[in-house]
Design a protein around this ligand. Structure first.
Ligand SMILES: [Zn+2]
Ligand SMILES: [Zn+2]
Length: 288
């Protein structure tokens, strides 16, 4: 019997702001934002934080030749791994790079040129040997990177702009909503629109509720606001994401436990964690 269509998710980096390697981060991991999503065999990557470096090695070992990369935005923690993403340097790869957050008229190509730029990096983007295509979109657009995959986009409240993504495939829904600050207004309404009835969502839970007043307008949210937004949107299961870089594994355990006391469907995302999503429409449930 053919298997049911599903979305497969693997977290290669869940840390915000800066990588945190070392013995204090063995469980939750030290790499910054990078999520691999496969739907119908199609490989999509969300953000090119430092986690994209080991992902690139894995994709090369598997000889994957079709890759779509979607940026939420281009703060350092979301782009820092791109120059070390090995498939970009293999001429058999078709590499599509998508971005839609830019508020200054720049293009995705400009964004990548700014990453591969002497004297900050020794080579320019023209050294990439993959067939690179740049795709710009406007938040609110619905994209179709491959047949049957519906990718809903929306604008998030974050300094310099950011994009939230809702991936729909085979009746399953996964939402990638990082780098936003709740506002009890239109920003929250957009989060609820994107996350509506999702099987799984990961959200920006950088701060604790106690820390947040000291970091207002920094562009990040708390697990408490994420939990409320997910409850209002009817999300089945949700993950705390974009862990503050100084937090150790024990710190994150405490935060996860506090969140779960109020929201039993919450968990803190761990680097390396895989989740197989079969949608409600296909009789589904979330397994990990
Ligand atoms: Zn970030
Ligand atoms: Zn950011």
């Amino acid at each position: 019997m053919a298997s049911k269509p599903a979305i497969d998710i693997r977290f290669w980096g869940a840390r915000g702001s800066f990588p945190m390697p070392g013995p204090q981060a063995l469980e939750f991991g030290g790499h910054t934002s990078c999520v691999e999503v496969r739907a119908g065999g199609h490989v999509m990557i969300f953000d090119a934080g430092s986690g994209i470096v080991p992902l690139g090695k894995a994709l090369l070992d598997e000889a994957v030749t079709e890759i779509d990369l979607f940026f939420t935005h281009c703060h350092y923690d979301h782009i820092i791994g791109l120059p070390y993403f090995l498939p970009a340097f293999w001429d058999k790869v078709r590499f599509r790079i998508w971005a839609g957050h830019m508020q200054d008229g720049s293009s995705p190509e400009d964004l990548v040129a700014g990453i591969f730029r002497p004297p900050y990096f020794p080579i320019t983007k023209d050294w990439m040997r993959a067939k690179v295509e740049y795709r710009r979109f406007t938040p609110g657009d619905v994209l179709e990177p491959a047949p049957g995959i519906r990718l809903v986009t929306g604008s998030l409240r974050h300094p310099n702009g950011a994009v939230g993504y809702r991936i729909e495939y085979g009746g399953a829904v996964f939402c990638y909503l990082t780098d936003f600050e709740h506002d009890d207004g239109p920003g929250d309404a957009e989060i609820r629109r994107l996350a509506k009835d999702a099987d799984l969502a990961v959200l920006d839970a950088t701060y604790t509720p106690e820390e947040y007043p000291h970091f207002k307008n920094f562009g990040h949210s708390t697990w408490l606001h994420c939990g409320r937004l997910c409850a209002e949107a009817g999300v089945e299961r949700w993950g705390l994401f974009h862990h503050m870089h100084q937090r150790s594994d024990p710190d994150l355990h405490v935060i996860e436990k506090r969140a779960q006391e109020q929201f039993p469907n919450a968990f803190a995302v761990r680097e390396g964690q895989r989740i197989h999503l079969v949608g409600k429409a296909a009789n589904a449930r979330v397994k990990s």
